[in-house]
Design a protein around this ligand. Structure first.
Ligand SMILES: Nc1nc2c(c(=O)[nH]1)N[C@H]1C(S)=C(S)[C@@H](COP(=O)(O)O)O[C@H]1N2
Ligand SMILES: [Mo]
Length: 321
């Protein structure tokens, strides 16, 4: 447990008994599965601790959340990634993320909530029925994918912790595992990776907590054991391998806007009419469609406008990029 950098839990907080029960159970399980997986596969680097061999994680397909484009091949979804904790190269996450320890895993939810809680990943995963949703992912670097995620709306979790009336924003905090993340030594980002949403964005049904992809548990490089997916925003808004969700009164500083505030705003809604200062956002390259495949037009809100445009009514999208 000492490897996790979770904020301390004040003893005054009441955590429901069953969570502590399962906490004990998973500590036990984690011990056993570490033995079962064995040193060989850990050295091979592609197996997460405690992950069953098949890694099956089914979700019921939800036709309401589905785009019709061809799915990006699984090998590209898990072989071409941004996860700077493991390096800045697109194949670094695939190569190095197997070292990340993903079980046991705890997610802390606190800040402006009536019921702060620390949840074991297996309890978190069972909080709501898992759905499979096919979402577009548009990276700010002008490439895109079409991905079948398994998970549920973040609102299911936020509703449980009862946000106070002061809760206006949600911050997501990613894991830091110093011995296991070779990218941390490049101090590009002020670790941990932090992202955030306005409360109404976080409560929007499209905003998803993701546990799986392609009907299996998330590979580490995709943000195991739990990450966020917000399909109408540039990919960097969707934090991977999160250990903390904090509800806040003030808009939090986010990792990319901390590095380059003139390039990466808090909102980061996909918008083909607002270029990045160094490149156009009007078109995108679909990963896997072949080097010579034509670029495709990027759509406002990444095509989710009929569902989310109302969140930004009256806002100047040039000022709030
Ligand atoms: N913790 C963390 N989360 C992250 C990133 C990262 O570097 N660290 N990269 C982001 C970016 S830029 C993108 S495009 C998506 C990529 O998700 P994928 O690799 O699962 O497709 O993850 C986002 N989440
Ligand atoms: Mo990205």
């Amino acid at each position: 447990m000492s490897r996790f950098r979770l904020p301390p839990i004040p003893s005054s907080e009441i955590t429901p008994e069953h969570i502590w029960e399962s906490r004990r159970a998973w500590m036990k399980r984690a011990g056993q599965s570490a033995l079962a997986v064995g040193a060989g596969s850990l050295l091979a680097g592609r197996v997460s601790w405690g992950q069953p061999a098949d890694g099956v994680l089914a979700g019921t397909p939800n036709p309401r959340y589905r785009v019709d484009d061809a799915l990006t091949a699984e090998k590209d979804v898990s072989g071409y990634n941004n996860f700077y904790e493991f390096g800045t190269g697109k194949s670094d996450p695939m190569e190095y993320a197997g070292r990340m320890q993903t079980r046991p895993w705890a997610l802390r939810i606190d800040g402006e909530v009536e019921k702060p809680v620390t949840l074991d990943i297996d309890d978190l995963q069972k909080l709501a029925a898992l759905e499979e949703r096919v979402y577009r992912l548009r990276c700010v670097e002008a490439w895109s994918m079409v991905i079948p995620w398994s998970g549920y709306s973040l609102s299911a979790l936020l509703g449980r912790v009862k946000p106070t009336s002061r809760a206006k924003y949600v911050q997501f905090i990613s894991a830091v595992q110093p011995d296991r993340m070779p990218g941390l030594s490049a101090r590009i980002i002020n670790w941990p990776y932090r992202e955030g949403l306005r409360m109404d964005e976080a409560m929007h049904p499209l905003t998803m907590l993701v546990f799986g992809v392609y009907g299996k548990r998330l590979p580490n490089q995709n943000g195991a054991p739990v990450r966020v997916a917000i399909p109408w925003k540039y990919g960097f808004k969707s934090g991977k391998s999160i250990v903390g969700i904090r509800l806040l009164e003030k808009q939090p500083l986010t990792s990319w806007s901390e590095i380059a505030p003139n390039e990466y705003g808090f909102y980061a809604n996909v918008n083909p009419t607002v270029p990045h200062p160094r490149w156009s956002q009007a078109t995108e390259r679909r990963i896997g469609s072949g080097f010579f495949a034509p670029r495709v037009a990027t759509l406002m809100y990444n095509s989710y406008g009929d569902q989310v445009a109302g969140l930004y009514a009256g806002m100047d999208l040039r000022a709030h990029y």
